[in-house]
Design a protein around this ligand. Structure first.
Ligand SMILES: Nc1nc2c(c(=O)[nH]1)N[C@H]1C(S)=C(S)[C@@H](COP(=O)(O)O)O[C@H]1N2
Ligand SMILES: [Mo]
Length: 533
């Protein structure tokens, strides 16, 4: 070790670089978590894992020592360890590169593993910790680069900037220069400040989300003016088959929102304007005072590939948009309603679709609850028969009556069709592609849909054979998907392929012609292969 009179101080800037890099990384990680996986902040997942893996005696000791403050104490403890280790990582990086980076990166990996092993961890849970680790490593490189860079600028011999030189005479010389110190301090301070700011923003986002969740939890939706009942025969109850009604927590989610928009119902207003005889404005209380009908509508995304899972079904509660349009009285030349979300997203829906007798609604309820925050709370549109991008606007605040030739909606501007009726489609859920099933009776099952048209029949084709009819479950309505089931009694051992096609209530036979999702939805037949053993 290099014992100069200043040796006591030369470790300080690299240590500060390590701490600043860790603060930067953890801050960005916490902000990432607040946006995409609120339960999976790097700090909390590591703390939770420590609680899970701690031996009982350690837990008892912690509770005895800190009482109900045991959890804050744990988080502070993690903070202290992080501080010490990241400081050491900074010093290590100067003396034995790249081991300092490795140490900081490992922190991220430990957090990711802790997040992934939590019960019911979503796939995204690993991301915040990985972001934290990566950002910390990059920040450390940049900060130490600043230290070395200033050496070169100040004309120190080139060899001193060579990484791994354990004596680091140049670094010490340089650190005695106050301008280098100041320059470096600005960078380290900046990184720390960004980290703190990101963490604070993340905390604010979470607090906002929690507060609005509490508002949502306190809402008692009025009893429906009209109800729907799901027929008993609609659910075949087959393992692996999509349930006919999708629980809210499993409902697919698609939107352009980086962070879920937080809309307070007390402040919510819907404005209906544009090509109308009179503008209409509606508050949350006014909407809840109107008759609310139950309807079952299967939402589908235009980006759903053949066989994909961007489609789900729910019981919605809402007021017909038709009634509100009647109040506003659209002008005769109007042919489109541009719905707008609080975050600027827009969808173009044909005016006549919102005026006919289908259950095109301002939805406030989903499966017996207020809309979940990520599904458009407090108010969204649901329109049977159209893909979500042209109809299902979440966090809805505006309906502008206009014309298709006057304005383009969000996705139309980006190469998608201005109109998006849902196409006739079907899917095999059971067995999964590549799965093995036992010899005997092989059961195939899936769903088929053509919203607002309905399904007449579903057929399967096994190993290029004849199309065989399947058993259809009871359809809830033409606006929902329907389950199907097929028993294959004579399945022989070996590998087989299965294809499915639906026949619509209008006689249309699902086309085998393959088309991609752009510009107006995929076509083709879902095909799987599976083994019988
Ligand atoms: N505000 C807003 N609403 C939106 C979107 C969006 O990006 N922003 N995406 C639409 C699309 S493309 C689909 S498929 C549906 C998905 O609704 P879900 O997330 O409730 O399943 O919402 C629609 N509503
Ligand atoms: Mo979509």
């Amino acid at each position: 070790m290099n014992e100069t009179p200043d040796a006591g101080r030369t470790w300080l800037p690299p240590a500060a670089a390590g701490v600043a890099a860790a603060a930067f990384g953890v801050g960005l990680g916490e902000l990432t978590a607040a946006i995409i996986a609120p339960e999976s902040g790097p700090f909390v997942v590591v703390g939770a894992a420590l609680i899970d893996f701690a031996p009982p005696w350690a837990k008892d000791a912690a509770i005895a020592l800190f009482g109900t403050g045991d959890k804050p104490a744990l988080l502070i403890g993690i903070g202290v360890v992080l501080l010490v280790v990241s400081g050491a990582a900074g010093v290590l990086e100067v003396r034995r590169p790249p081991w300092g980076q490795v140490v900081l990166g490992l922190f991220g990996v430990v957090g990711a593993v802790a997040a992934a092993t939590r019960a019911n961890a979503p796939l995204l849970a690993v991301v915040p910790s990985l972001v934290a680790g990566l950002a910390a490593v990059l920040a450390l490189r940049v900060l130490l680069g600043r230290l070395r860079g200033s050496l070169v600028e100040e004309g120190a011999p080139a060899n001193v900037s060579k990484p791994g030189d354990p004596t680091q005479p140049g670094l010490e010389t340089s650190l005695r220069s106050s301008s280098t110190r100041r320059g470096f301090l600005v960078w380290a301070g900046g990184a720390t400040a960004i980290g703190v700011l990101a963490a604070v923003s993340g905390a604010a986002l979470r607090a906002g989300g929690r507060a609005l969740s509490a508002v949502r939890d306190a809402i008692r939706l009025p009893a429906p003016a009209t109800t729907v009942s799901v027929p008993a025969g609609a659910e075949l109850g087959i393992d692996g088959l999509a349930p006919v009604i999708t629980p809210n927590g499993e409902f697919y989610r698609i939107d352009t929102a980086l962070a879920v928009p937080l809309v307070d119902p007390a402040e919510w207003r819907l404005r209906i304007h544009g090509m109308v005889e009179r503008e209409v404005e509606l508050t949350w209380d006014e909407l809840l005072a109107l008759p609310l009908d139950e309807s079952v509508t299967t939402l589908a995304c235009v980006s759903n590939e053949v066989g994909g899972s961007l489609i789900d079904n729910a019981v919605w509660l809402g007021h017909p948009i038709r009634e509100l349009l009647a109040r506003a009285r659209p002008l005769a030349e109007a042919d489109m309603v541009l719905s707008r979300s609080i975050d600027g997203f827009t969808a173009s829906t044909p005016l006549e679709v919102l005026q006919d007798d289908r259950a095109a609604i301002l939805a406030v309820g989903m499966n017996g609850e207020p809309l979940p925050l990520e599904h458009g709370f407090p108010v969204r549109m649901v329109v049977p028969g159209l893909y979500g991008y042209v109809s299902a606007t979440k966090w809805l605040v505006e309906l502008e009556v206009t014309r298709f030739d006057a304005v383009d909606a969000y996705w139309t501007d980006r190469g998608w069709s201005a109109r998006g009726p849902i196409k006739l489609q079907s899917r095999i859920d059971v067995p999964r592609h590549g799965q093995s099933v036992a010899v005997g009776t092989a059961v195939l099952a899936g769903v088929a849909w053509h919203q607002h048209v309905g399904i007449d029949a579903v057929e399967v084709q096994l190993d290029e054979g004849e199309w065989r009819p399947t058993m259809l479950a009871t359809a809830i309505s033409a606006d929902t998907w329907v389950q199907w089931r097929y028993e294959w009694p004579d399945a022989s051992p070996g590998t087989h392929t299965a294809r499915v096609r639906a026949i619509g209530a209008d006689g249309e036979v699902q086309t085998a012609e393959e088309q991609g999702v752009v510009p107006d939805g995929a076509t083709g037949l879902h095909e799987i292969s599976f083994d019988v053993r």
